[in-house]
Design a binder for this molecule. Structure first.
Ligand code: AMP
Ligand code: GLY
Length: 417
């Protein structure tokens, strides 16, 4: 089978690494990929958001199967466009990807189908939004409606902070069109857990739990990033909570999407908060999380390509998906200054001395001499297994020791909370 993976970050490296182990995958391509992905797949220089060129290439090259991993091409309808050409594609269609692409849609869905989440109101009028904040008081949460690279959320401790967030989004256009509609939510409390689930339109099969660290610095300080590390499983996610989530959140969400004529096929990402009133949805994503995917796929024993096919065929219920008992931790090594200003093109040393871990590349390329250089904010994800979570964490940090470059940054508290 000729398989194309769309995307070029650490998540796509992990997906390619796992797919390359499948006996059914005889040719593996990744677009655009990165310098680390080249070790397991042939990289094709097409931007992940260039739907037309991507679909034409997949057709011309007779791809049997395409995995659309990032949010943008999903929201743009890349899966629909591939299907229109008769190409099998893993990932939700545009009308289902909206569960991530529009918070106003996902909040409305949860309200309509009684899926537990924070109370909210949606505004396109700034004055009404400001008045609502005065009425509700703080703490309160302000979100841009559309995709904002995970940075469109303000958890405001004061009314003034919340109002400023609204002004930035609606007056100053900080997130462009994504911020012209804002969602204002009740502030929930409790530990956060992430559960990714395979979905085939009908059935949903949760993966083991995970957690990521979104802030740039230790102690959850500093700006929000795409994720500075992740681990699996989450100690907060007990079998009892898992059962509650299945009954009150996972199955109802699948049924709701189907009832709306938007059956969800792909990976459905549940960002959950374990509140005193029970588990509630913080957010949905329509795809694998990055970096959650890296530790999760290291724990996966089953053939990933078989799972992807079952999702497309609607036969997930017939698969027995197996996971390793071991825990896993991914430590992200980022460029100094990420997520704001950072240099690119810095030579990376020590990669050949790493032992006992997988190094998934997020933002790297080769320089003229063939060495690896930095090419993004998140650069590498050093991912290790361990018998327990603390061991997996210790193994990831130990394995990362030899790696360095100018201004390299990482958090020292991944998996330690
Ligand atoms: P989101 O992009 O919706 O996942 O939000 C980013 C982060 O903001 C979440 O991981 C939570 O830590 C926090 N957050 C979002 N919504 C709420 C809420 N209603 N109450 C408390 N914290 C929230
Ligand atoms: N790690 C969070 C995300 O992928 O959205």
């Amino acid at each position: 089978m000729k398989v194309l993976v769309v995307g070029g970050g650490g998540r796509e490296h992990a997906i390619c690494w796992k797919l390359a182990q499948s006996p059914a995958v005889t040719e593996l391509y990744c677009a655009p990929g990165n310098a680390g992905i080249e070790a397991v797949a042939q990289c094709v220089p097409i931007s992940a958001t260039d739907v037309e060129t991507m679909v034409k290439w997949a057709k011309d090259m007779a791809m049997d199967f395409v995995v659309v991993a990032p949010d943008d091409p999903l929201a743009l309808g890349m899966v629909d466009a591939l299907e229109a050409e008769g190409i099998r594609a893993f990932g939700p269609r545009k009308n289902a990807a909206v569960i991530e692409a529009s918070k106003a849609f996902s909040k409305e869905l949860m309200k309509k189908y009684g899926i537990p989440t924070a109370k909210y109101a949606t505004f396109t009028d700034e004055a009404a939004a400001l008045a609502y904040i005065d009425e509700q008081g703080a703490p309160i949460v302000v979100k841009a409606d559309g995709l904002a690279l995970g940075k469109g959320v303000t958890v405001a401790a004061t009314v003034e902070e919340a109002k400023n967030a609204v002004r930035e989004m609606m007056e100053e256009g900080k997130f462009g069109a994504s911020g012209s509609t804002v969602v204002i939510e009740e502030c929930m409390t409790g530990p956060e857990v992430t559960v990714l689930a395979f979905a085939d339109g009908e059935h949903v099969v949760p993966m083991p739990s995970s957690q990521d660290h979104k802030r740039a610095y230790d102690g959850d300080k500093g700006p929000n990033t795409g994720g500075m590390g992740a681990f699996s499983p989450s100690p907060n996610y007990t079998p009892e909570i898992a059962k509650t989530c299945m009954e009150t959140i996972f199955l109802p969400t699948m049924a709701a999407m189907k009832a709306e004529g938007r059956p969800f096929q792909g990976v459905l990402y549940f960002g959950l908060m374990l509140t005193p009133q029970g588990p509630k949805v913080v957010e949905y994503n329509a795809r694998f999380g990055d970096p959650e995917t890296q530790p999760l796929l290291m724990r996966l024993e089953s053939d990933l390509f078989e799972i992807f096919n079952a999702c497309v065929d609607g036969t997930l219920d017939q698969l027995d998906i197996r996971w390793k008992e071991e825990a896993a931790c991914c430590l992200v090594l980022s460029s100094g200054g990420y997520p704001l200003h950072y240099e690119k093109g810095l030579p990376i040393s020590g990669l050949d001395q790493v032992e006992g871990a997988m190094v998934f590349h997020a933002g790297t390329k080769r320089d003229a001499e063939g060495g690896f250089v930095t090419n993004g904010g998140r650069v590498l994800g050093v991912t290790a297994l361990g018998d327990t979570l603390p061991e997996a964490v210790a193994n990831a940090y130990a394995a990362a020791k030899p790696i360095t470059w100018k201004d390299m940054h990482f958090r020292t508290d991944i998996g330690k909370k």
